[in-house]
Design a protein around this ligand. Structure first.
Ligand code: ZN
Ligand code: ZN
Ligand code: FE
Length: 756
């Protein structure tokens, strides 16, 4: 008995080898029918004996191509017809073409084998790719996704490449970036002033220079990297100096997983993270005898490592026999990553000694993604290359919304139907280059996703660039969203939750509805609104933003809050080391409320504790002292916990820090080890937050808790709170796919706006 079925498949099913796959699946079973790309995915019709059709349907999702992502499959029976074979039909290009563009992916095993096979026509060709691998998102100009709308349009296919491209049984069938030595992009090595160096082997030449300790800018998938030999201390120092990057750790690329195992402690989960298609930078505990220069990640217990993901990387490692290369974003500190050849040569003048460039344009910059493993899962720290623009699936339909994110670690988010598209990492909106990137990303993403926003969601902070930009847009509805409400909504959206939850939000800075700076909050919230059920007691931030860069100021503020001026007499190193005159100025500022906004920030509390313990009084990058405090605490297993002052008032719960600082100072005076103090602080924070959460839960019958905000990148806080809240009967949700920090903010803004 013959039957015929129509199967609609939606998701990432175009440009990833899906049609050849279906062709094979059908013809292997002698089924006849058709497949066609449509505006929402693919439409398949198969006809044949009932059992073979059933088998086809069963195998379809199970064996789907690596890069495809099936979001939905619907099947219905239709009348049989006289088809004699299985055919791939030409795409039906409708008015509303909506196909999901795949993220950029690491070179696949098949291509790698060909790359190093002397008999292959692409032997050592740095741009080898196929439908299972290679650039996508970063080379797309418009939709639908085909070669003429990518930066490969400049390279007409040669006959051999054309044959592969047209053959449904070929691995390169409709592989848009398909290319070879004859017809594709080529590499050139430039000197520091952007003049081509005469050579037949630019990779070999670049590798030699790296071996000599030079800085080479290497054009990658989503932008330029600055590369130096990570085992050469002088080269790493040189790069730090030239890049004006004082202490922020560099990521290190290693040639293979075996080398990675020599640098870091790698378990099964870490191995999976390092070798996954997206090839993110993975933050892992470094081995004691890791052979990289000290300046790669000064004072860090963790190392950010990743594996090669372009053919060019593989060739470079082979040519130079490097065991580790620093591969850091090709930019000056805090600017967006450079993508254009001439732009790179201009902006990186004085930083790079050489430029390894090619003529395949990067149309959209996209930094490397950063992940870590915590509480048993892979968690995004910076979600970018390899993950963008894969959507986050939502529970319900949303109108077209553009959410513009916050100020630091900015991302934007566009929604369409049940999908939310988070942008790549745009960065800190603090300079003109970043503003341009922000505008460019908003425009480009709307275009390639074919979304015209009806609503723009933004932060409440009037001074943010993203807010100002949003308010200047016309013809759309604008919705202001409180920062921490957005954090909670982001966590809810990622976990597919609806209804009321409690959100514990711990972060650095967010504009509150009372005009103060929030950052240590428990909100009882749904998408439509929130109530502030608890917050850390307000403390003045002497000098405002200056207190972020100079945590000793916050420490003085916290100590003054705890003891008035009495702390000046305390015999602890932090107080002894204070500059009395400067401290006096700070105390005056606090007393008279001059340029001293009030904050409930948990990030600032970490800064203060770190400063009082003596970790550091000044930071070189945001979050530095919090990271160092966590590192310190992780090396202790002390079970003690400092007390916090939890009180219930008219306006909900408040968590004060007077007892905390008294206890820290007592321990310091008793010469208790700093790691023990750090650990007791972490333990106390977790205990007091979960105690208050229990009280709130009892009063409100809320049993679900969402954890969000940048502080949840801290493994001790995350794992501690998850464990303790679960032990108290709460259902706990945290971030994984979406960053807990401000990189995930735009998703929450979009969801709140959808319900406003
Ligand atoms: Zn491939
Ligand atoms: Zn070719
Ligand atoms: Fe935040």
């Amino acid at each position: 008995m013959q039957i015929r079925k129509e199967i609609l498949v939606s998701g990432i099913v175009q440009g990833v080898g899906f049609r050849p796959y279906i062709h094979r699946l059908a013809t292997d079973r002698s089924l006849v029918g058709t497949i066609c790309n449509t505006s929402s995915g693919v439409t398949i019709e198969v006809q044949g004996p009932i059992q073979l059709v059933e088998d086809f349907l069963e195998r379809l999702p199970a064996d789907a191509p690596l890069l495809s992502r099936i979001l939905d499959v619907s099947v219905r029976e239709i009348p049989c017809n006289g088809d004699r074979e299985f055919q791939i039909l030409a795409s039906s290009v409708g008015d509303s073409v909506f196909t999901l563009i795949s993220p950029d992916v690491a070179v696949c095993g098949d291509c790698l084998r060909e790359l190093f096979d002397p008999r292959d026509r692409r032997h050592l060709y740095p741009f080898i790719n196929c439908t299972n691998c290679g650039p996508r998102f970063t080379i797309v100009r418009g939709i639908p996704y085909d070669r003429s709308r990518t930066s490969m349009a400049a390279f007409p296919l040669c006959d051999a490449c054309r044959r592969e491209y047209d053959d449904p049984r070929d691995r390169r069938f409709h592989a848009q970036p398909n290319a070879c030595w004859k017809c594709g992009p080529q590499l050139v090595l430039w000197d520091a002033r952007g003049r081509p160096i005469e050579t037949s082997d630019p990779i070999q030449e670049a590798a030699q220079r790296l071996r000599l300790g030079k800085v080479v800018a290497v054009k990658g998938l989503g932008g330029f990297h600055l590369a130096v030999d990570a085992t050469n201390p002088a080269a790493v120092e040189l790069l730090r100096h030239r890049k004006h990057r004082v202490e922020k750790p560099f990521a290190v690329m290693v040639p293979d997983i075996e080398t990675a195992e020599k640098l870091c402690e790698i378990d099964e989960a870490a191995r999976a993270a390092l070798t996954c298609l997206q090839r993110p930078i993975v933050l892992l505990p470094r081995s004691k005898d890791a052979k990289v220069a000290a300046a790669v990640a000064p004072g860090q217990h963790d190392l950010g490592i990743f594996l090669p993901y372009t053919p060019l990387h593989h060739l470079l490692f082979k040519a130079g026999e490097f065991s580790a290369l620093v591969m850091t974003s090709g930019n000056l500190s805090e600017e967006p990553i450079a993508i254009d050849n001439r732009e790179a040569a201009a902006r990186l003048a004085g930083v790079a000694d050489y430029f390894l460039v090619h003529n395949r344009d990067i149309l959209l910059r996209c930094d490397d993604s950063v992940v870590r493993l915590a509480a048993g899962r892979l968690r995004q720290v910076r979600r970018s290359r390899g993950y963008v623009p894969a959507p986050v699936q939502l529970r319900e339909e949303t109108p077209p919304i553009l959410a513009v994110g916050g100020e630091l670690k900015n991302t934007i988010c566009l929604t369409r139907g049940k999908l939310a598209f988070l942008s790549q990492h745009i960065g800190d909106l603090e300079n003109l280059e970043s503003y341009d990137f922000f505008r460019e990303a908003a425009e480009h993403l709307s275009k390639i996703l074919d979304i015209s926003p009806k609503i723009i969601a933004h932060d409440l902070h009037p001074g943010y660039f993203s807010t100002t930009w949003a308010l200047a847009q016309t013809g759309v509805r604008r919705v202001g969203v409180q920062h921490h409400h957005a954090h909670v909504a982001s966590c809810m959206a990622e976990n597919g939750i609806e209804g009321k939850v409690a959100g514990i939000v711990l972060d650095g800075t967010g504009y509150g509805t009372d005009g103060h700076i929030w950052g240590g909050e428990i909100l009882v919230a749904d998408y439509a609104g929130f109530e502030r059920a608890c917050h850390f007691s307000y403390v003045p931030m002497p000098g405002g933003a200056a207190a972020i860069h100079e945590p000793w100021r916050m420490a003085v503020s916290h100590l003054a809050q705890a003891s008035g001026r009495e702390f000046l007499e305390w015999d602890i190193p932090f107080v002894r080391g204070l500059d009395r005159a400067k401290t006096e100025v700070i105390l005056q500022m606090i007393d008279r409320r001059i340029n001293s906004p009030l904050t409930s920030s948990c990030g600032r509390l970490f800064d203060s504790v770190a400063a009082v313990i003596g970790i550091r009084g000044k930071v070189n990058y945001e979050g530095q002292s919090a990271i160092e405090l966590e590192m310190l605490a992780r090396s202790s297993s002390d079970a003690g916990a400092y007390p916090f002052d939890c009180r219930r008032g008219n306006a909900g719960w408040q968590i004060g820090t007077r007892s905390l600082f008294s206890a820290i100072v007592e321990d310091l005076a008793r010469n208790v080890a700093p790691e023990t103090i750090g650990r007791r602080f972490h333990n106390g924070l977790v205990e007091s937050l979960s105690d208050v959460m229990c009280q709130i839960g009892r009063g409100s019958a809320i049993h679900r808790v969402c954890l969000s905000g940048g502080v949840f990148q801290n493994v001790l806080v995350l794992e501690g709170l998850v464990r303790r809240l679960q032990a108290n009967g709460f259902e706990v949700f945290a971030h994984a796919e979406v960053p807990a920090g401000d990189g995930g903010l735009s998703l929450g803004q979009a969801l709140v706006a959808a319900h406003a």
